[in-house]
Design a protein around this ligand. Structure first.
Ligand code: MEV
Length: 442
């Protein structure tokens, strides 16, 4: 019978581990060994990780890989990627190399505005509310000065606040809808602090607004929070070449490949079942760079998928055309990223990843991340419309399967050689490994 516990967060790390292993594991000591083998031997570094979140018991490693040869707006990058999926970095690298020989990627930030809202309920006269908002707006801005002054000094801050009437959706529901420019910061803390101050001022000042009746004075603040939907924080990345240049092997004619590629993108534009998988492949590249640079991949994911549904139907984030013999392939995606703040300077590997990218501004990072998504999608569609995805994917996954069956180095080498000319499937790997072991033991 499992037991609940109170005061767990107050226990020391080792007492937490004692409690967990005692209650959830048949072999307490083995579980402790697994947890502790991921502790960093550098106590300071371990403490840093312990303090990122509550109740840390160990570290969860992901490989940090790099994809070189990304030419973006004439600058060469090696892109850091934190991801567990076998084929992602290989696919990104392949795409980067392919486009390196065809002029590289062109990327452009289209907008950088972020949004936050104070949601509140008011059942009085709308005209009086509008008059109140007009009169209190300068004070809303004024009262956030201590929060905004450094951001303003650098050229950012609050861009505007609007009163939005949402009473058609919910009785009495209104919003203070604010727009922000947060420069190189992702800005979540900045935006949320401003919003909470707006809410405090908005509620307090209502008490002094003479035109409000006594009921109208009691505005009910529901919540104040930034939005992770950032369609006005948008970046575009693009590749293009002549159809002839699309040729890179002898298996398919370039014009046939271009046409199939175009159809594959069109299918993802109109068919949500395909669009989700298509965009998942894009997010393989995007999340890996977002994570490696210490950014919030959940925010990026939520915003990207909302954007993909902006026309009322979930659709592809990438698009392609063939016009006058030119193949063009592009992505437009909202990306709210930071290169200062958060854990960007705190997590040593995030810091290193940013340095590898030449310490980009948030705008530059938006371009790099969008390119990683486009490159990933190009590689996926290339495989899907030619060899199929499993060939490359299973080749990369082979080593995982060999590790799963505790293959030693010589078994690994023998089977990697074997599968250069044989199709990798789970069964084929198990059979080949068993056969090899039998031969060796004979
Ligand atoms: C696998 O992680 C991603 C793909 O399924 C993406 C796609 O189908 O476009 C290969």
């Amino acid at each position: 019978m499992r037991k609940s516990i109170s005061g767990f967060s107050k226990l020391s790390k080792s007492k937490k581990i004692d409690w967990i292993t005692e209650h959830y594991f048949s072999n307490t000591e083995d579980a402790k060994i697994v947890l502790k083998q991921y502790w960093n031997t550098n106590d300071k570094l371990q403490q840093l990780h312990d303090e990122f979140i509550e109740n840390t018991i160990s570290n969860f490693y992901l490989p940090l890989g790099v994809a070189p040869n990304f030419l973006i707006n004439e600058t060469l990058y090696t892109i850091p990627m934190a991801i567990e999926e076998s084929s992602v970095v290989a696919a990104a690298s392949k795409s980067a190399k392919f486009w390196l020989d065809r002029g590289g990627f062109k990327a452009k930030v289209l907008s950088t505005t972020k949004i936050g809202q104070v949601h509140f309920i008011y059942h009085g006269n709308v005209k009086t509310l509008q008059a109140y908002f007009k009169s209190v707006k300068p004070k809303l801005i004024e009262d956030t000065k201590s929060i905004t002054k450094y951001m303003e000094r650098r050229g950012g801050g609050i861009m505007d606040i609007q009163l939005k009437d949402k009473t058609q959706n919910i009785s009495g529901y209104y919003q203070l809808h604010a727009t922000f420019e947060t420069l190189d910061a992702m800005g979540a803390n900045f935006i949320n602090s401003c919003l909470e101050q707006f809410a405090t001022t908005f509620k307090a000042e209502a008490k002094n607004f003479e035109d409000f009746s006594s009921e109208e004075k009691s505005i009910d603040i529901i919540m104040s929070i930034l939005s992770n939907y950032v369609p006005e924080c948008l970046v575009r990345a693009e590749v293009s070449c002549t159809i002839k240049e699309l040729h890179n092997d002898n298996t398919i004619l370039p014009e046939v490949f271009a046409e199939k590629f175009l159809q594959a993108v069109k299918i993802a534009e109109v068919e949500p079942y395909r669009a989700v998988t298509h965009n998942k492949g894009i997010m393989n590249g995007i999340d890996a760079v977002v994570l490696a640079t210490g950014n919030d991949f959940r925010a990026v994911e939520a915003g990207a998928h909302a954007f993909a549904s902006r026309n009322g139907k979930y659709s592809s984030l990438t698009h392609a055309t063939i016009e006058n013999d030119i193949f063009k392939f592009w992505i437009e995606i909202p990306l709210s990223l930071g290169t200062v703040g958060g854990i960007t300077a705190l997590h040593p590997l995030a810091k290193l990843s940013l340095e590898l990218l030449n310490n980009p501004s948030a705008k530059e990072l938006m371009k790099i991340v969008a390119v990683a998504g486009l490159a990933q999608n190009f590689a996926a569609i290339h495989s899907l419309t030619t060899t199929g995805i499993q060939q490359g994917h299973m080749k990369m996954h082979l080593i995982n399967m060999l590790n799963q069956y505790n293959a030693n180095t010589s078994e690994k080498n023998a089977l990697i050689e074997h599968f250069k000319t044989n199709v990798v499937t789970h069964n084929a790997v198990v059979e080949a490994l068993n056969e090899l072991r039998l031969t060796i033991n004979d």
